[in-house]
Design a protein around this ligand. Structure first.
Ligand code: HEM
Length: 493
């Protein structure tokens, strides 16, 4: 543990360490890691033969550590961390809001947000500026999820918005170690106050919208924004008169879920956007192929791509290589994980030997990255960025192992927003890749010190993990180190 820890960069994402230990001790695809008193005791699976047993065959309850971490965002008891009937009601209520058919109706508004993002990148490129891509990607994805969840235009890519500021700030104070530039924040005496203040800002803003939406419910047709789906469920289950006031208990539950949607809906997609640009910049053949695909679908004039997508959103489905690029990026840089609670009556069985492993009091970790860089499942080129593997017929040599693609998890608790994530990332690629060349700028990061981002801008100590300088840090979910410092240039025509 000490060895793996000292070979790791400061602040690196929690998912790296178990993999280093697994490699160092040549551990099998199911292993126990008892880090008491530093962590809860971990039972880690890096193969679907094991993880399927607690994700799909029996969906074990979420581990309390998740609820604890999310409580600073949602206030607890939200759809992401709760279980049983409570989770089921919300999941069924919200599913229609993330169906492909509904998302297609949201495409024009998503295009407008991506166009703003592209314009911001354009300005950076023209001025050859050094900047952190994560900031802009976060603002893009939070603006999109704001529209989808609340039917509200945050417009935070262009102006500051109180809800977005509160969210960004709260993620930086989340109780998932290690916290970026200020590890002492975890023990900071101001922490409870800051978190209380941010939560208050969020609740005031979202609560007001909820009240307004409730008051104007009869003047609106059937809508599928998360806020409306929550209200619809409430109205269906309760006999609510026209003059009734919003039940505070329902309001509280709706607030928790809306906040968790806003969090889950932006915090992961933003890193994926950064890593797609990074990976393509490191693999010029893939970049050329994707540009060719975009040109074939959308034509030579990239400025028209947004309008073409608005006119025919299904054009995005033609981006087969673009789809492969996003999946391959998520395979190597997955932002999320799945942690479940073991139980006295639940054992994980070795499919070859039949041996049964106890799980009571263990945190069951379906280690997403561990599945997706497992050479037994993907082949020896597991650390190579090779989108082509997604285009090969399943079960052929060199093909992606779709059963082991865990970026969105598996089973009934898989990601409800995965279609949205794929759609917005592909659209972002179609509208930016033909225009800009991305250049990572980790070596220049000290010039961004004290830019207000909270990132350390630190070039001391270990500077890579698994041979990768763009390693992931833990900031809410796993994010690109230093917020992905970069410069852009315009593609010469
Ligand atoms: C690249 C982007 C994304 C990745 C990699 C990702 C990954 C994941 C993963 C791994 C889980 C399972 C978490 C767990 O078991 O604790 C999950 C669940 C979830 N995700 Fe995503 N997600 C992404 C985007 C989104 C978006 C855009 C939304 C928007 C609504 C979203 C909403 C949710 C929700 C609400 C859950 C909980 C589902 C449930 O428990 O029924 N995610 N996601």
């Amino acid at each position: 543990m000490g060895e793996a820890s000292s070979a790791s960069p400061r602040g690196c994402a929690g998912q790296g360490l178990p993999l280093m230990i697994k490699k160092q001790y040549n551990l099998p695809d199911l292993f126990y890691l008892d880090l008491w008193p530093f962590s809860v005791s971990l039972c880690i699976a890096t193969h679907p033969a094991y993880s399927n047993q607690f994700l799909t065959e029996r969906s074990m309850p979420k581990h309390p550590v998740l609820g604890e971490a999310l409580s600073t965002i949602s206030g607890g008891d939200d759809m992401l961390s709760s279980d049983g009937p409570q989770w089921k009601v919300w999941r069924s209520a919200f599913n229609p809001g993330f169906s492909v058919a509904h998302l297609m109706t949201m495409v024009p508004t998503i295009v407008d947000n991506v166009a703003t993002f592209a314009q911001i990148l354009h300005n950076h490129a023209v001025n050859n500026e050094l900047f952190r891509m994560e900031h802009h990607a976060t603002r893009l994805t939070i603006d999109i999820i704001g529209k989808i969840v609340l039917d509200d235009d945050f417009n935070s890519q262009l102006v500051e918005h109180p809800l977005v500021t509160a969210f960004e700030n709260q993620v930086r104070w989340m109780k998932i170690l290690p916290v970026i530039s200020k590890p002492l924040q975890v023990f900071n005496v101001f922490r409870p106050f800051v978190q209380w203040w941010n939560l208050r800002q969020m609740d005031t803003y979202v609560g007001k919208l909820l009240e307004e939406r409730f008051a104007t419910r009869s003047s609106r047709g059937k809508k599928k924004h998360v806020i409306d789906l929550a209200l619809e469920t409430y109205l269906k289950e309760n006999n609510v008169s026209d003059t009734a006031k919003l039940d505070p208990k329902f309001k509280d539950a709706a607030l928790r879920n809306i906040k968790v949607f806003i969090f889950a809906g932006h915090d992961t997609s933003s890193s994926t956007i950064c890593y797609c640009h990074y990976q393509l910049s490191q693999h010029p053949a893939a970049l050329t192929r994707l540009r060719k695909e975009c040109e074939n679908i959308f034509g030579k004039d990239a400025s028209k791509t947004g309008d073409m997508i608005k006119a025919d959103p299904y054009l995005l489905n033609k981006m087969r290589y673009g789809d492969a690029v996003v999946r391959e990026t998520l395979r190597i840089f997955p932002p999320g994980n799945t942690v479940r609670a073991g139980a006295a009556d639940f054992f994980i069985t070795d499919p070859d030997t039949g041996e049964r492993y106890p799980t009571d009091d263990w945190l069951l970790w379906s280690h997403n990255l561990g599945h997706m860089v497992n050479p037994d499942l993907w082949g020896d080129d597991v650390y190579s960025f090779r989108p082509e593997r997604w285009l090969i017929e399943s079960n052929s040599k060199g093909a992606a192992n779709r059963d082991a693609f865990m970026a969105f998890a598996k089973g009934p608790r898989n990601c409800i927003g995965q279609e949205l994530a794929m759609l917005e990332t592909k659209m972002m690629l179609a509208m930016t890749i033909p225009q800009f060349d991305f250049h990572e700028a980790f070596s220049e990061v000290e010039k961004l010190k004290d830019d207000g981002s909270g990132y350390p801008s630190d070039l001391s100590g270990v500077q890579e993990q698994f041979g990768e300088k763009a390693y992931q840090i833990q900031l809410g979910t796993a994010k690109p180190r230093e917020g992905m410092p970069c410069r852009l240039s315009l593609v010469s025509k």
